[in-house]
Every structure is written in structure tokens, then in C-alpha cells.
Design a protein around this ligand. Structure first.
Ligand code: ZN
Length: 554
């Protein structure tokens, strides 16, 4: 069956969704979800099958946000259980970057006209794009309301010939992607439930989030099979405080943290390389000592965490690497400090001694075990009480929460000697590598390859592995190996308490993923813009062909 592509309708829907402001972590998100719900309610199919339009609320959400899942069942060959899942996020980032144009940020035609008027004030590449007449500006139009419009229009077209359509479509319009992915995390268990209830045969999960140039002058348009993952390896560093007047009596945790950053930050030895595709190296996201006040006493503790992108490394492997680096860093600092102490003693004509510190590195789990064996079950009771208090405190986010547990636990320990504790700070986004090992993976690879190779266009289309941006695609699967998952659960303080991830459901879902997005530039900047021709005419064809290939016998 051939599905019509309707570029005018896609544009109309993209504009309609963009005009509804839906900044992440605001009540506005409810309104855009409502718009999507109404769109489906107006369709004949959902009038007949209201049960196929499912609202999925985010549990305990301060903004009352919801996602909406629409199931569209083909009527040709009802026994045909093959199903394609599509996802799109309906929230956007904020608009403070628009300055005096804030009021126009959600009016794409008006904003585009205004920016055209002020062209000279804009960067040269933006000016050049405006001159082509092919770009529409607006907050969220590119990231990713046009992507949602592609899916919605496709479902409208499929509905017109539902009797001829074999297979099923499930579309999840999810909230909170730009913040904490609460929408997708709450939809995953629902998808598992729907599969069990209906014996759906899930083939793959397609995201239509944006695609952009990978480097200046890049002429390619990309489709990405699989996705990058993200971990945040973290270090809680305990030194020994001292008065600055007795410099060599202490061990400065700031020096230890600095050495960690020197060894980890932008270190390309830590890139994950798969099939020639390289992750970005780790980057520092936080580094601070934990001494609250100014004084001439040095800090006792410090902490740091890093963004760590993955293509193949699982949490257990990353933790192992970080343990190794922490040990090397610790030893290097001790050597450097001893060296300085020796020189200082020589300069003062004193006898040379070695400082009394030894390098020690342990995981959060090892720390817990050590403290638990000293305190027994009473430790858990105390921790539980503290947890309840921290959970009620709205100023404590997932990151602070993890640190609080480590800090408290280490403080409870009788051994107060310098140590580096390694752990993970939330969130965790598993990578998905579509290698072609299973039939399901092979099918997706073929479906995409065929879609790319048979689409006639002036654009240079290529498909690659690994969508390079952190996205909800990560939640379509999780590592199956017990060690990998255990390393995460046991070393991410607050896992299952403050931060929840439906890991078992993700493991069950275990779907290969692909991102086929509209093209544009500058997402999350006020110059966010969508290129119309590719986005409304080419990307929809690729999505449609991939869907049909997945449902068919390719
Ligand atoms: Zn996005």
C-alpha cells in the first residue's frame, strides 16, 4: 500500500503545534498534549475506538503533565500483528534567548518575517539561509514539532485507507524530553503492557527528532540507526583538611579532583569507537569542593562528575575504567605532593620524611558494605529516615540527592582517611547499537537501507549508526547482561528512590531504534530554523518507507 505524502498538511500541523507554547517543566506542556489528543479525537478511527487513545500521566508530576499514546490498527488481515512504534516529544526548551522577539517565538511566519527584516544583525550563515526562502524560524518548530507533524500526517493518511493497511502503528507523543524524559520513562511500561495484551509483534522504534549538519559545509542528510548513550561517572573525594599554616599536614581534595579532570576531560582515549563512529570524549559537568564557608582551613571533601558518551561501554565497564583512573590520579598526586614536601624540607634544612597518606579508591557499593558491616541494620533505618526528608525537599534534585547519600555514608564510616569514592550520578541513557545480530536488527537495517536507497532526491542521503544526541530513543532497550545493570543500580545513589528508570521494562522491550528527522539548524538557539523542502517532502517519505518496510516482508 502506498501512503500519500501531504507536505501542506505537515506544514500546517507543524505550525499548529509550534503556536502552542510548551516549554519543558511548565503547565504549558499539558496544553500541547491536549492539542495532540484533539487531533486524534477528531479522526473517525478514534471516534470508533476511543480505547486506542491512551493518556499516560507522569506520576507525581508537579506540572500535571501527560503523554498520549495513539494506537492505529490496520484492518487488512487482522491477524497481522506487526507493529511499528513512533515517538516524538512535544515539549521545547525555553525562550529567554529570543530577547525582544519573545512574543514572536511561537509564531513561525511572523518571526521569520521579522528576522528577514533584521537580517543584517544576524550571523552570516543565518542570512544566507534566509535568502534561500526555504527556512522557517520558531521555538520548537525544528526540535521537534515538525517531526511530530510528520507522524501525525502519516497516520491521517493511513486512516484514509485503513481497510488496505496491514499492521499497526503506535505513536507516543511524550512530554519532558528536554528535561528528564519523564514522559518516555512512563510510556515504556505501557508499551510492554500493550504488547502483552494485544500480542503485538513490535518491529522497531522510530523517532523523528531533528537532524542537522555535523560540521560546517556538511552536504549530507542523515538517518541514524541506533543511538548514543550517556553515563555520568562521579567522584566523591575525601582529603585531609589542614590549616594553611601547616600546608603539608593535609591532603587537598581540590588537587585530587583537579588531577581527575586533567586525566578525564576531553580525553579521546576514553571515546567509544564502533564501526568508525566515535563518541565525543568525556566532559566535566561539575567540579567543586564542599567547604561551605571561607576560612584558612583547607577543604576536606570535593566532588566532580563528567558526561560520558557511550557507543558500547556498559556501566560496569565505565566504572572499572574510572576506578583505574582514580587510582592513577591519586598516586600521581601523592607523588607530586611528596616531591614538593621533600624540596621544602631540603630548602629548610630539615630531615626528609614521606607524608602519611596512601592512595585508596572504592566504589559506592564497597563504601556501603563497609559502613553497613560496622553499623548493621540500624544504618538502613537511619538512611531511610534521611531519604524521606530529602525527598520532601524540592531544592534537592537527582544530582544533589546522589551526592547527599554518598556524603552521609562516608561520614558514618569510622575510617576517615583520604579516599576517592566512585559512583554514578543520574540520569542514565543506555546506548543502542544496531549491529545486525538479531533478525529484528537486520530487518531494521534493511528497511532503512532500502528507504534511503530508493528515495529520489537532490539531497545526498546517508544512513549512519548512532543518533548523536541524547534522546528518548535510549529507553527502547537496556543492557541484558546482569553485571552491567547491577553496576549501575548498586552504584547510583538514589536509584529507585529519587531517580527511577524502568530498567526491566526496557530490557523486555529491547527494540532496535532509528531516528529519521526533519532538517534544520541551531536547535536551542533563537536562530532555530527548519528547512522546509527536506523536512516536508523528503523526511516524510523516508519515515513512510521505513514503516512500510518494517510492516512488510522485506
Ligand atoms: Zn528534540
Amino acid at each position: 500500500m502506498n501512503i500519500e505524502i501531504n507536505p501542506e498538511r505537515i506544514e500546517e500541523l507543524a505550525i499548529m503545534l509550534t503556536r502552542q507554547r510548551s516549554i519543558t517543566e511548565t503547565v504549558e506542556e499539558q496544553l500541547v498534549t491536549e492539542k495532540v489528543t484533539h487531533f486524534f479525537k477528531d479522526m473517525k478511527y478514534y471516534k470508533e475506538h476511543p480505547e486506542d487513545l491512551i493518556t499516560v500521566p507522569v506520576p507525581n508530576d508537579p506540572w500535571g503533565r501527560k503523554s498520549v499514546i495513539s494506537v492505529l490498527r490496520g484492518k487488512k488481515a487482522a491477524e497481522h500483528k506487526k507493529t511499528v512504534i513512533l515517538i516524538g516529544h512535544t515539549d521545547t526548551v525555553g525562550i529567554s534567548d529570543y530577547g525582544d522577539l519573545k512574543e514572536l517565538a511561537h509564531l513561525p511566519y511572523e518571526l521569520t518575517a521579522k528576522l528577514t527584516e533584521r537580517k543584517e544583525q544576524l550571523p552570516l550563515d543565518v542570512q544566507a539561509d534566509i535568502e534561500t526562502g526555504q527556512y522557517l524560524f520558531g521555538r520548537g518548530i525544528f526540535d521537534m514539532k515538525a517531526g511530530n507533524a510528520i507522524i501525525m500526517s502519516m497516520m491521517e493518511e493511513i486512516e484514509k485507507n485503513l481497510d488496505e493497511f496491514a499492521g499497526n502503528i503506535i505513536y507516543c507523543a511524550v512530554c519532558d524530553e528536554e528535561a528528564n524524559s519523564a514522559g518516555m520513562r512512563s510510556c515504556v511500561p505501557k508499551l510492554v503492557e500493550l504488547r502483552e495484551k494485544n500480542q503485538f509483534d513490535y518491529t522497531a522504534l522510530i523517532n523523528t527528532d531533528y537532524m542537522t549538519s555535523e560540521y560546517p559545509g556538511d552536504q549530507y542528510k542523515y538517518v541514524y540507526v541506533g543511538t548514543v548513550g550517556k553515563l555520568m561517572p562521579s567522584f566523591y573525594v575525601v582529603g585531609k583538611e589542614t590549616h594553611v599554616g601547616e600546608a603539608f599536614k593535609g591532603l587537598d581534595p581540590n588537587q585530587l579532583v583537579a588531577e581527575l579532570t586533567r586525566r578525564i576531560n576531553l580525553n579521546t582515549d576514553l571515546c567509544d569507537i564502533v564501526e568508525g563512529e566515535v563518541t565525543l570524549p568525556p566532559m566535566s559537568l561539575k567540579q567543586q569542593d564542599l567547604k561551605p564557608e571561607y576560612s584558612v582551613q583547607t577543604a576536606k571533601t570535593a566532588h566532580a562528575f563528567y558526561n560520558f558518551a557511550t557507543h558500547y561501554s556498559t556501566p560496569d565497564k565505565v566504572l572499572e575504567k574510572m576506578q583505574g583512573i582514580a587510582m592513577e590520579a591519586f598516586e600521581a598526586v601523592l607523588e607530586a605532593v611528596n616531591e614538593q614536601y621533600k624540596k621544602y624540607s631540603e630548602l629548610n634544612g630539615r630531615t626528609i620524611e614521606t607524608l602519611p597518606f596512601a592512595a585508596k579508591v572504592m566504589t559506592y557499593r564497597e563504601l556501603y558494605d563497609a559502613v553497613r558491616s560496622e553499623n548493621g541494620p540500624e544504618l538502613d533505618e537511619q538512611l531511610e529516615l534521611l531519604r524521606q526528608r530529602w525527598l520532601l525537599d524540592e531544592t534537592i534534585d537527582d544530582r544533589d540527592y546522589a551526592l547527599k547519600e554518598v556524603e552521609w555514608l562516608q561520614m558514618m564510616w569510622t575510617n576517615q582517611a583520604p579516599v576517592i569514592i566512585t559512583y554514578f550520578t543520574p540520569p542514565y541513557y543506555p546506548h543502542i547499537y544496531v549491529e545486525g545480530k538479531s533478525q529484528q536488527e537486520q530487518k531494521l537495517l534493511k528497511a532503512v537501507e532500502d528507504a534511503v536507497n530508493t528515495t529520489e532526491t537532490d539531497y545526498q542521503l546517508v544512513y549512519k549508526k548512532f543518533f548523536p544526541y541524547i534522546s528518548d530513543l535510549s529507553y527502547a532497550a537496556a543492557p541484558k547482561e546482569m553485571d552491567a545493570v547491577d553496576a549501575l543500580k548498586q552504584n547510583m545513589p538514589g536509584f529507585g528512590v529519587k531517580y527511577s528508570l524502568p530498567l526491566e521494562d526496557m530490557q523486555q522491550l529491547q527494540l532496535p531504534v532509528v531516528d529519521i528527522g526533519p532538517f534544520g539548524k541551531d536547535s536551542h538557539k533563537f536562530t532555530e530554523r527548519l528547512e522546509k523542502n527536506y523536512s516536508f517532502n523528503v523526511a516524510p517519505v523516508l519515515v513512510q518507507k521505513t514503516v512500510m518496510n518494517l510492516l512488510g516482508d522485506l
